[in-house]
Every structure is written in C-alpha cells, then in structure tokens.
Unconditional design. Sequence first.
Length: 86
Amino acid sequence: MKWRDNLLRIVNEGIVGKCPFCKSDNTDYMYIDHENGRGCLDIWCGSCNENEHVDCATPPANRKRMTMKQALAEERERNRKKNLAI
Ligand SMILES: [Zn+2]
C-alpha cells in the first residue's frame, strides 16, 4: 500500500502528509464511524485523485470523522455536482 506512511501519520499525528503518487500536499482524510462502534478510513489526494480505503478498528480520538449517514449525504452531493445518477 503506497499510502502506508500517510496512514501511520494520520493515526499518530492526525496529519496526512504528501501524496505518495504526485507528492502534492493537497491531501485529506476522513474516518467514517459505523454503528457498531468500529470505523473505516478514507485517504485521498485532491490533486491526482489517488485514494485508499482502510477498514480499521475504532478511530483514535481527536481525528476528523463523520457518520456513515453524513458520508452518504456528502457522496450524493458530490455526485449531484458532477451530474451523476444518484
Ligand atoms: Zn496525488
């Protein structure tokens, strides 16, 4: 996984760091909380659109997070802006 070092930085520091593909700083992450108390993590680069999805255990405290419901609402909004079918 090319995002491995970034994943470790998010867990330890809450910082994504440079994209491992294009070296851009235009990166971000979001933990998504599942109803069972566990969660997953999405990491992406806003410049080259490379991304990684990680199924993981309970997200660390003080990290950006949203519920699955919020994540689905954001996905619908992104698709609406791109005029994609919902
Ligand atoms: Zn990139």
